[in-house]
Write a protein that binds this ligand. Structure first.
Ligand SMILES: [Mg+2]
Length: 343
């Protein structure tokens, strides 16, 4: 079926933005005026502190449109920002979108992108309150700025780990990285034989981890329900090792983590084996899982013990030595940030 293609130039910027945002309806009480004026108007939440973050996604650096559907890209570009708000133990409420695209993008392509942004608004109860759209000579850049709120005493920094605290991670690790490996493999197959059908069956879980990550707002809510206040927190965008080193550096402490405690999904293990990658390496260095990594006081052990969403993977020690991984074989290796750096 021939797909319709409307050039961006067919609509003026004003008409284009109106067209793309027509289905966005504000859900938050604090959103007073979300579009149609020079700036958004919001009512700050009483008694709370405001947290704010920006994340930029650049075509060819952070995403590859050969295997990233635009709807997923829209969703993910919002989620990575919400994840940073959640990593402060705060609740996201609003965001703005800055979008720069070349004229290779059609109006229909941007509709897809915005349908993903809208899906994220619905999934997380956040409002898009404005933005800007412009054209550039080549590629696509999406810059989102999100805000959220938290009680002053609930905000979790990176610098406040205490000696003896337990180190906890939500969900499971390494899946997004293995999803990316499968997509990259299929891309190479496609390049050499464009008529070949991609073989993506049996990879649903890890592909979703890569293409449609989620911000763990549910974990922020779970911790509030359990009455557990993390002593420090960070989200896992660059890989577990790298984020542990950030916490250690900011808090001037060290960590010991245990290989046998690392949460790795069976689907991730299977794909890792197939690609001859050590699943532990995947969990330590694979990026983009967007799970939350945090520390809690040992007094909270009973409250989190056995929770299927949380894994206690280690503890904080005084800043004497190195950050260590205690291996299944009984040895120990120094953690390093081989990371998943795209910068
Ligand atoms: Mg972060």
């Amino acid at each position: 079926m021939e797909q319709q293609r409307t050039e961006l130039s067919a609509l003026g910027e004003f008409t284009l933005i109106k067209h793309l945002t027509q289905y966005f309806l504000p859900k938050n009480e604090g959103t007073i005026r979300d579009a149609g004026d020079d700036a958004a108007v919001m009512q700050p939440m009483e008694g709370k502190q405001l947290v704010m973050t920006t994340d930029m996604l650049v075509e060819g650096v952070h995403f590859d449109l050969m295997y990233t559907p635009l709807k997923h890209l829209g969703y993910k570009s919002v989620v990575v920002n919400l994840s940073d708000i959640c990593a402060m133990n705060a609740t996201p409420t609003q965001f703005t979108v800055g979008l720069a695209v070349s004229n290779k993008y059609s109006v229909e392509a941007l509709e897809e992108l915005y349908s993903g942004i809208l899906a994220a608004c619905d999934a997380y109860g956040v409002d898009m309150v404005g933005g800007d759209t412009t054209t550039i000579p080549t590629g696509c850049v999406i810059s989102i700025t999100a805000i959220g709120y938290a009680n002053k005493e609930d905000i979790a920094l990176r610098s406040t780990v205490k000696e003896g605290d337990l180190l906890v991670v939500s969900g499971d690790l390494g899946g997004a990285y293995m999803g990316l490996q499968v997509l990259e493999r299929e891309k190479e197959v496609f390049k050499s034989a464009p008529t070949a059908q991609p073989s993506l069956e049996n990879y649903d879980y890890i592909l979703a981890r890569q293409l449609k990550p989620e911000a763990r707002l549910d974990i922020v809510q779970l911790l509030a329900k359990l009455e557990v206040k993390p002593t420090a927190m960070i989200d896992i965008s660059d890989g577990l090792s790298s984020e542990i080193l950030h916490l250690a550096e900011e808090s001037e402490c060290t960590f010991a983590i245990y290989e046998d405690k690392l949460p790795i999904a069976p689907e991730t293990r299977d794909a890792a084996k197939e690609h001859n990658i050590d699943p532990t390496t995947c969990a330590l260095n694979g990026g983009e899982d967007y799970e939350l990594l945090f520390t809690v006081s040992q007094n909270d052990f009973e409250k989190i013990k056995g929770n299927p969403n949380l894994s206690i993977i280690g503890h904080a020690t005084e800043k004497a030595g190195e950050n260590l991984l205690m291996t299944i074989g009984g040895g120990s290796v120094k953690l390093s940030a081989q990371g998943w750096k795209t910068l």
